[in-house]
Design a protein around this ligand. Structure first.
Ligand code: HEM
Length: 407
């Protein structure tokens, strides 16, 4: 049995460069005990086959109250919030009912209908970028694009969007617990008021559709409605920022792949799948716990243990993908786990793919000389992994900033 002080810590160094740690952990077996931030012991699954199987395994529960009880007192963070009891943190039959309603509301607003608006937002943002000094594409492009799209879809008025960005950042970054609690209180008060307003004056948006569903007997309760709105806003925003940022970084580091994509834009959908596999937006799937002993490889996860499933590690597993550490936008072996697997498979995957394609496609067309700062014709070295900052989160794999030269 490993001693606590022998366990790998998912610390700051891991967040900045997880690949070496994953390679080492996977060499020791498909699942290992690790220390999550705060020194909390958990199990981490790193092989593709086991990650895929366990994402769909009912012996691993996502029930928020069960997860909360397994954290040491005072350490459960977001699981203490009344907002935590949303669809992604629930098991069947509650999950089944909520997911049916979410699918129904999302299907009514088909993704293809959103294309012209996303293109318009992307073009407006690109038109406003300065072409001289390095520009941070996260703050100047990915963030406003993704937040405008999800807020438009849900019906969050434009004046409230900067608040929403600040709250959302608090939920997925390493910030003090009181900052998270303040953000939770604010977002809950805000969404309660917004859904009440939509009840009185519905408009053409997803939140109004959900409010309508919530008026029908046996459907969504008002508090479930607020939690669903919260989940859609948070799940649909930071992840998409990260897809755009990580995808662009992957291309900028691989000029050959960038040229290939520029010469044949029909490769774009496949390129997005490769970005999701190669440098996906989420380190790990959201928290699960074992309700009974679960054998994995030669090891057994005991009952009542917190379990993280590494999507990044699974997507670079040599046993599943040929040359997994190579970025190849023409790759023909689909099946990455960046959107999860099983009943919690991402409800917004079609929208995320469309946003990624439009955001990256439009940027490449508009700026033919896009490059990392420094480079052959400028003093200084091209930006390398050590100079780029990944946000201090074990959940999100996203850059703090992505400075580029546009021309
Ligand atoms: C590239 C962007 C995105 C990525 C990588 C992503 C990834 C994921 C993953 C991995 C899960 C499952 C987590 C688990 O099983 O623990 C998930 C669930 C979910 N995602 Fe996404 N997501 C993205 C964008 C979006 C968007 C744009 C929306 C909203 C429109 C969205 C809404 C949801 C919802 C509602 C769930 C919960 C599904 C359930 O519990 O049944 N996501 N996402």
């Amino acid at each position: 049995m490993q001693e606590m002080n022998e366990l790998t810590a998912l610390d700051r160094e891991f967040v900045q460069d997880p690949w070496a740690v994953y390679r080492r952990l996977r060499a020791d077996g498909p699942v290992q005990r690790v220390l999550a931030p705060g020194g909390i012991p958990m199990w981490l699954v790193t092989s593709y086959a086991d990650a895929q199987a366990l994402l769909a395994d009912p012996r691993l529960s996502k029930d928020h109250a069960g997860v909360r009880e397994l954290f040491p007192p005072g350490e459960a963070g977001p699981y203490n919030s009344p907002l935590a009891a949303h669809m992604l943190n629930s098991d069947p039959p509650a999950h089944t009912r909520l997911r049916r309603l979410a699918n129904q509301a999302l299907a009514a607003r088909t993704v293809s209908r959103l294309r012209p608006r996303i293109e318009q937002v992307a073009d407006e943002l690109l038109g406003g970028l300065p072409s001289g000094p390095p520009v941070d594409l996260i703050e100047a492009y990915a963030v406003p694009l993704a937040s405008t799209v999800i807020c438009d879809l849900l019906g969050v008025p434009a004046v409230d969007r900067s608040n929403f960005r600040a709250w959302s950042k608090a939920f997925v970054s390493a910030v003090p617990p009181e900052v998270v609690r303040d953000a939770e209180r604010s977002v809950m008060a805000y969404l309660t008021a917004l859904t009440d307003a939509k009840r009185v004056t519905p408009s053409d948006d997803l939140l109004s559709d959900l409010v309508h569903i919530s008026g029908q007997p046996g459907q969504l309760w008002p508090d479930e409605l607020v939690r669903m709105a919260f989940l859609l806003l948070v799940a649909g925003f930071e992840t998409t920022v990260s897809l755009i940022g990580n995808g662009l970084l992957s291309l900028l580091r691989h000029p050959g792949q960038m040229s290939l994509l520029r010469s044949d834009p029909s490769l774009l959908p496949g390129a997005i799948e490769e970005f999701l596999r190669y440098e996906g937006p989420l380190h790990v799937a959201t928290m699960r716990f074992s309700t009974e002993p679960v054998p994995v490889g030669g090891t057994e996860i005991p009952a009542g243990a917190l379990v993280m499933i590494s999507l990044l590690a699974a997507n670079r597993d040599e046993a599943r993908f040929t040359d997994p550490h190579v970025l190849d936008i023409t790759r023909q072996d689909p099946g990455h786990l960046a959107f999860g697997h099983g009943i919690h498979y991402c409800a917004g995957a079609p929208l995320a793919r469309l946003e990624g394609q439009i955001a990256i496609g439009r940027l490449l067309t508009r700026f033919p000389a896009l490059a990392l700062p420094g480079g052959p014709d400028e003093p200084g070295e091209p930006a390398e992994p050590g100079e780029l900052h990944w946000r201090g989160s074990v959940l999100m794999h996203s850059l703090s900033s992505l400075p580029v030269r546009l021309a």
